[in-house]
Design a binder for this molecule. Structure first.
Ligand code: NIG
Ligand code: FE
Length: 417
């Protein structure tokens, strides 16, 4: 076999060896660490992983790129399974409101927050949305993200929801980062439906979901299940309908109030329940029993400034598989920096560096139903790899707020160096 890229003498190689399924409890600590590691890539796939030198049955050719991994940490490409990538405008105007004590949900109730981004997204052209999202996508790739999820939900009318999803589809085609799309028409109740929310729920169920499915624009469906937004019953109806059209379920669950979102995620067999800052212990237990992934978003907690963070330690203790995401969006989490999220997860959620790396690789892959092709450095998987200019994983987490990426390899191509 001929090697196209060889990365050798790697100080710490994080392989995430093991079965392609969500890692729980102690499994999250086993990241398959190899010292003096070597990874070999041919075309777009990984063809060898190990320690030391190139094995006899793999040859290099005159164009083989040899990368020296001394002093470097090499991991699977990072995966960000919860973002609101495509949207118009920004919301720095909310910062002074927040500093004056106005709560996130009060801004939304007053017609701001998500609803102000809805206006900006409705008013933006396809090209404007594309350019803005592309800029963020470039930043994410620079930070080591090779696959991410992108939600709609800033349209709330069928035309704009489709526009957002079509932008994500086009970017997925043209940009090295792989994008998995989620339909989130149930992100807020538009002001004009405030007195008649049932009408809006019916539009989502009877018009939006069939149209999104017909155009094959989303693999997942998500609902903002929260006090004052969508109720448990509405969320159940919407997600069950989406399931009929072949979409997997995700939920924005128990972010602010413990209304039973985690329990619902378990009941309907959602792939993930996200946020979970206020989730009940019963809900967590049910998630563990049903294998629902907890996708935690500590940058959102930081930015909301409430001081409340998800109880990751409890979830891990109970056997819930934990993933981590930026939640990149213009309101509650205006950052593309997944490495910062990893530091927050360690310091604020008390996750060990090993658990953090499991969360942003294999568990995130599972959260996007991509565990068979990405999320670990394993023979036959996609060559999506990050080389960090750091001697070990602890350093990446400890030295926070900066970008540690040295190189990113996506589908076997060096796309950042
Ligand atoms: O995940 N919580 C609901 N939705 C987003 C925020 C969207 C926004 O504020 O624009 C979130 O935090
Ligand atoms: Fe979100």
């Amino acid at each position: 076999m001929k090697a196209d890229i060889v990365i050798k003498n790697i100080s710490q190689l994080v392989t995430m060896e093991g079965p392609d399924k969500p890692r729980i409890k102690e499994e999250m600590k086993n990241i398959g660490l190899i010292e003096n590691g070597i990874v070999v890539i041919a075309r777009d796939k990984i063809i060898y992983v190990g320690e030391g030198e190139l094995p006899d049955d793999i040859e290099s050719h005159e164009k083989t790129k040899i990368i020296d991994g001394r002093g470097k940490t090499v991991t699977p490409g990072l995966i960000d399974p919860h973002t609101h990538l495509v949207h118009g405008g920004s919301r720095e105007n909310e910062l002074p409101m927040k500093l004056n004590g106005m709560k996130y949900m009060d801004i939304l109730k007053a017609g701001g927050g998500i609803l102000s981004t809805v206006k900006a997204t409705q008013n933006a052209s396809f090209e404007e949305l594309y350019k803005k999202a592309e800029k963020s996508l470039n930043i994410m790739l620079e930070f080591g993200v090779t696959t991410l999820e992108a939600k709609s939900g800033y349209g709330l009318d069928i035309e704009t929801e489709l526009k957002q999803l079509r932008v994500a589809k086009e970017l997925n085609k043209n940009h090295p980062v792989d994008i998995v799309s989620t339909f989130m028409g149930a992100h807020a109740i538009p002001l004009e439906y405030k007195q008649n929310r049932e009408e809006f729920v019916k539009i989502i169920i009877n018009e939006m979901i069939p149209k999104v499915a017909e155009e094959k624009l989303a693999e997942f469906c998500d609902v903002f299940c929260e006090e004052g937004v969508f109720t448990i019953e509405e969320t159940r109806r919407i997600l069950n309908e989406a399931k009929e059209y072949g979409m997997y379920s995700k939920l924005h669950a128990d972010e602010i109030e413990p209304i039973g979102g985690a329990e619902l995620a378990a009941e309907i067999g959602a792939v993930s329940a996200d946020h979970l800052v206020a989730a009940s212990e019963q809900g967590m237990k049910m998630m563990a029993e049903n294998g629902v992934i907890a996708d935690l978003l500590p940058a959102t907690s930081f930015n909301l400034g409430s001081g409340k963070y998800a109880n990751a330690r409890k979830m891990i203790e109970l056997g819930v598989p934990v993933a981590l995401s930026t939640d990149y969006n213009p309101g509650s989490s205006p950052t593309e920096n997944l490495q910062l999220v990893m530091s927050f997860a360690s310091i604020m959620l008390k996750m060990t560096p090993e658990e953090v790396f499991s969360a942003v690789t294999i568990n995130s892959a599972c959260s996007l139903k991509r565990e068979n092709s990405i999320g670990s450095i394993k023979i036959g998987k996609k060559a999506d790899i990050v080389i960090f200019d750091s001697p070990n994983i602890n350093y990446i987490i400890y030295h926070f707020g900066i970008n540690h990426v040295d190189k990113v390899i996506k589908n076997g191509e060096i796309v950042i160096e």
